[in-house]
Design a protein around this ligand. Structure first.
Ligand SMILES: Nc1ncnc2c1ncn2[C@@H]1O[C@H](COP(=O)(O)OP(=O)(O)OP(=O)(O)O)[C@@H](O)[C@H]1O
Ligand SMILES: [Mg+2]
Length: 404
């Protein structure tokens, strides 16, 4: 994907400008307006307000591809850049400018994913050079900003609650943390994510996985269905009469595209044995492995952990024992399960049919807020997002929480 592929703006969102600048003085405004008009940005927006204005605006609107912000007058520019990172979509390239000629500040900004820092006064020549570099960064796939997190939820075997947990985590991250989430179901024929949210999926995901060359900057808008402004669902319900042939080569561009558009991509993982399984496992930032307390889930959970260890991936697995108490007799004790898989269980979730089934049948994700299952889902959302929502965090921890 390149910025030039999408001159009309950010995806199909009509109100999103592909270039925004938040200035504090007339001279900067004139220089930026002149240059932005000459470059192939499509819709542009140059307005006053500096970094605070940018934070306020981007908290409520889609992000542009390239953003210029004036830091002058800010007493805590690094803290404000962190705040900006919290509200921006991951794929944005930020060019900051200000009146401090300070190499230390420049380095700190770059370490936070800011693409460039210009010292005022801004001339059209200076702005032109910086914006060209920003555009080229996109065209070469070298975005200067960091990417969204890829979180996989995988059942050790069928029916253990992986989809329920994937949907719950995605819902909590979007609704409580107010982050953009794309919940993706890679089972093209029998996946139940769209069913859980009572949504009609398009054929876009199948087309993308069978013909990777179709994955471009507009693909997500065509293929995903919106559950809310912050939670998008990418799923399929292809006919059982046809054979779907997803290609593993499609995964890299698919995940790349999703990670530039969303803070979190939550995957309802394909089953082991699917051609998509191992290549996906290798790319995850976080794996939530769900099992029930049965001998079969213990065996398959162990095999998945062993497969993970053999991959070149570096994700951190969290082991969840779900539906505990569903079959009172015949369930493995937690200790037996832990001995069997050779590591500790991170979280146990009781069988709670009253809350879960009622909520899911109504197409409501309310279980994410209620009872012990709701509590567990919130804990898992914190693990997936690295850190509780709303906690006062140091700058370093804030960065760790939201960026890889
Ligand atoms: N803790 C729980 N308490 C009560 N019901 C649960 C719990 N966890 C999951 N369920 C129910 O168990 C059933 C299976 O859950 P789910 O579809 O999420 O499993 P899955 O691992 O995704 O299965 P599949 O292999 O079909 O994809 C669903 O009816 C779900 O509502
Ligand atoms: Mg499922």
């Amino acid at each position: 994907m390149s910025t030039l592929d999408d001159p009309a703006g950010v995806g199909a969102e009509p109100s999103a400008a592909s270039f925004c600048a938040f200035v504090r003085d007339e001279e900067s405004r004139r220089a930026i307006e002149q240059v932005a008009g000459e470059l192939p940005f499509g819709r542009t927006m140059v307005t006053t307000g500096g970094i605070r204005g940018a934070i306020e605006y981007l908290g409520a609107h889609r992000s542009p591809k390239v953003l210029m912000v004036d830091l002058s007058g800010s007493e805590l520019p690094l803290t404000e850049i962190d705040e900006l990172a919290d509200v921006c979509e991951p794929g944005v390239t930020v060019v900051a400018f200000g009146d401090q000629n300070d190499v230390g500040l420049f380095r700190e900004l770059v370490a936070r994913g800011v693409g460039d820092y210009l010292v005022k006064p801004l001339s059209p020549g200076l702005v032109h050079e910086a914006l060209l570099r920003a555009l080229q960064g996109h065209a070469n796939g070298r975005r200067m900003s960091r990417l969204g997190r890829l979180v996989g939820v995988l059942g050790a075997r069928g029916g253990v609650g992986a989809t329920m947990i994937a949907c719950g985590i995605a819902h909590v991250i979007a609704e409580t943390r107010r982050r953009r989430v794309c919940l993706t179901d890679l089972d093209l024929q029998s996946g139940t994510v769209a069913l859980t949210f009572d949504l009609d999926p398009s054929h876009g995901l199948r087309e993308a996985l069978e013909s990777p060359e179709r994955i471009d900057s507009l693909f997500v808008d065509r293929a995903a269905t919106k559950y809310s402004d912050l939670l998008h669902v990418l799923a399929a319900e292809e006919s059982l009469d046809e054979e779907c042939r997803p290609m593993p080569e499609a995964l890299q561009p698919l995940y790349g595209e999703l990670r530039t558009r969303f803070h979190f991509v939550v995957l309802d993982m394909p089953r082991p044995g699917s051609p998509l399984f191992l290549p996906t496992l290798e790319q995850l930032d976080e794996l939530i492995l769900v099992a029930d307390p049965s001998l079969a889930a213990m065996r398959d959970g162990l095999r998945i952990l062993q497969a993970l260890a053999r991959t070149s991936g570096s994700c951190h697995p969290t082991v969840v024992l779900n539906r505990v108490g569903a079959h009172r007799s015949g369930e493995l004790e937690p200790k037996e399960f832990e001995n069997g898989i050779g590591r500790k269980i991170d979280l146990r979730i009781p069988f709670d049919p009253k809350n879960v089934a009622a909520a899911l049948n109504a197409g409501q994700l309310g279980f994410a807020e209620r009872g012990p299952v709701g509590q567990a889902i919130r804990t898992l959302a914190n693990i997936a997002a690295r850190g509780p929502a709303g906690e006062t965090r140091s700058i370093v921890r804030r960065l760790l929480a939201f960026w890889k």
